[in-house]
Design a protein around this ligand. Structure first.
Ligand code: SF4
Length: 431
């Protein structure tokens, strides 16, 4: 039995900001030795014209769903069984079953073995549903699956799954539920020892599951002398001591969801940690610890106007954020936002992610404070301005990018982001 594990890309093309899909490393140890797995990530390689396999497991998020469906149709026409999983498959299983022979809902740990066994026995079922309760101390990661694949020089590790918050536009809580699970810090340290890259990315949606566990992690990681990047919530940015310990254990950049400068928007988002925080002291704390800031903003909430995006760029540039995303608000299935906008009849597409008319950067709903086209244009202009060479060099001085290694990372991330933004904007998904 040969199974191709496929990660589709947005447009079926390679991209320069591809990150190692941790799923590949997780599936390998879950697969019996007599079953061969072939891994393909369209973000870094083309799928072979004549893919030789019995089945294909295609993992999709909402943005890559349409491309995944195109591939699934091609593969099934050749007699290859297709199983689809990933967060989009979890939230839209009925839609997925129109394109695939089977759908895997939720985590892979308790479903993949059964899927493979059923495939081997010729008895594939249409639906496999995870309990989403995998014991993280038992999960193995086989990083050898990335050998020979040309990803960015970034190693991937996982410490936790889930998030203690429940933001309106985010599907993490709907995917993992209330439980936050962590791996023992020593096991994470072992994974890091097996990772050849000098720079690591914690794939956790929020590294701060709990203070005690994060402290244990920082202690275990410090002696390994790696540099790393992670995502944190705003409450962690208020804790000067914690940020200092992070920096001492190798953290060089944190991804923080600032999302909005407007309190009414933050209330609508359910961003409790942001509402309790003072952004200026959070920024000072992070920068004083010697850490670079990667900020995310979401634009299009009800209090936003067509001027908001430009104000956010000004704020991000003034505070020398090393990186920033200016995302138009996107209603993705599985979020409270999606249900709310749907109930208010504000969705512009039935399924924007699978609509041939939808283009990357388009607005998928009716904003209150501007027209949909104005939101799309404002976000595009914000992205282009923030990643203009003038702004990249202006931010350089205050961004904590001292030293050759940090300077290299700063310039790399900025110029890759700039190139990807220009490349993706305005293109139809899947094509
Ligand atoms: S803090 Fe981040 S990961 Fe957690 S729910 Fe909010 S947006 Fe999602």
């Amino acid at each position: 039995m040969k199974i191709a594990v496929i990660k589709p890309s947005l447009f079926g093309e390679r991209s320069r900001d591809a990150l190692n899909p941790l799923l590949f490393a997780i599936l390998k140890p879950l697969t019996p030795a007599n079953v061969e797995l072939l891994f393909y990530d369209e973000n870094i390689e083309e799928l072979p014209e004549s893919l030789s396999c019995n089945a294909a497991a295609v993992t999709i998020d909402t943005f890559t769903a349409r491309r995944g469906y195109i591939l699934a149709q091609r593969l099934r026409a050749k007699g290859i069984k297709v199983i689809m999983g990933g967060c989009h498959a979890t939230f839209c299983p009925e839609e997925v079953l129109r394109y695939a022979d089977a759908v895997a809902i939720g985590e892979a740990e308790d479903t993949w073995g059964q899927i493979v066994a059923d495939l081997c026995a010729g008895q594939l079922k249409p639906v496999y549903k995870s309990q989403n309760n995998a014991d993280m101390s038992q999960i193995e990661y086989d990083y050898s699956v990335f050998k020979g694949k040309r990803y960015n020089p970034l190693g991937f590790v996982q410490f936790s799954r889930g998030c203690k918050f429940r933001c309106d536009f985010c599907s993490i809580h709907a995917f993992y539920g209330d439980s936050i699970r962590t791996r023992p810090a020593e096991l994470v340290a072992d994974s890091i020892r097996n990772t050849p890259q000098k720079l690591l990315f914690f794939s956790d949606d929020n590294l701060f599951a709990s203070k005690e566990q994060t402290d244990a992690l920082l202690k275990a990681v410090k002696p390994l002398k790696k540099r790393w990047v992670c995502q944190i919530s705003m409450d962690a940015a208020q804790d000067k001591e914690l940020l200092l310990r992070m920096a001492q254990s190798g953290c060089i950049m944190v991804i923080v969801g600032f999302e909005s400068l407007n309190r009414e928007n933050l209330k609508l988002m359910g961003k409790s940690a942001n509402l309790k925080s003072d952004y200026r002291s959070a920024i000072n704390n992070i920068h004083s610890a010697g850490i670079m800031i990667y900020a995310t903003f979401v634009i299009g909430y009800d209090a936003d106007t067509k001027e908001t995006a430009a104000q956010l760029v000004k704020f991000a540039a003034e505070h020398s954020f090393a990186v920033a995303n200016f995302n138009p608000l996107i209603p993705t299935p599985g979020t409270r936002l999606y249900e709310r906008l749907k109930s208010e009849n504000r969705l512009l597409f039935d399924t924007w992610w699978n609509d041939p008319e939808y283009k990357y950067g388009d607005t998928a709903f009716v904003p209150k404070g501007m027209k949909p086209e104005e939101l799309a244009e404002a976000c595009k202009a914000a992205r282009f301005e923030f990643y203009s060479p003038r702004c990249i060099f202006k931010r350089l001085r205050g961004a904590n990018s001292r030293g050759l290694f940090r300077l290299f990372i700063y310039l790399l991330v900025n110029f890759v982001s700039r190139s990807e933004i220009h490349h993706k904007q305005g293109r139809r998904l899947g094509e």
